[in-house]
Ligand binder design. Sequence first.
Ligand code: NI
Length: 194
Amino acid sequence: MTVQNIMLMGHPVLMRPSAPVDDPTAPEIALLIEDMRDTMRAAGGVGIAAPQIGVGKRVVMFYTPEDGNGGGDSTDEGLRAAITERPLTILINPEIVALTDEQRDGWEGCLSVPGLRGVVPRYTHIRYRGLAPDGSAIDRVATGFHAVVVQHECDHLDGILYPMRMVDMSTLQYVGAAEGVAVRAPGGETEAAA
Ligand code: NI
């Protein structure tokens, strides 16, 4: 088991397009997939992209919830627990086509933007294609939370993080802040200050 460090927003590997994979069955891709899986599970994520562990290759993985998971709140603990019992899809050189103009707002979080969440509009109905690790083709239609996760992960391969997709930046917030989670100011215990 190799849990890798997760790159944070601002690292160049997260901000530029990743390179296509020539051979999905190559041993180094198998190792990359193993590291991504171990890291995602250790971090409690519902998906991860290769650049998030510092590798600029077009590989993503995500749990595939059943359709009908609603608005796509990846920051909801209950939903996260429920979908991590679903099958894991590993997708190499993915392509997405929107099957509708309709977008829906939902809360998103990201392992590379820890502690924050924000409302992001995503297409509600997509088709995605790519290769499995054995080189076979994957071709699926996705809706609901499934469609949200695929769009989020594939964005990572183009250097796009979810805050760059946000329309209403006033929704960017620390998880728990609305419920009163706060931080202690340095030295705040001693003297009162304005
Ligand atoms: Ni992410």
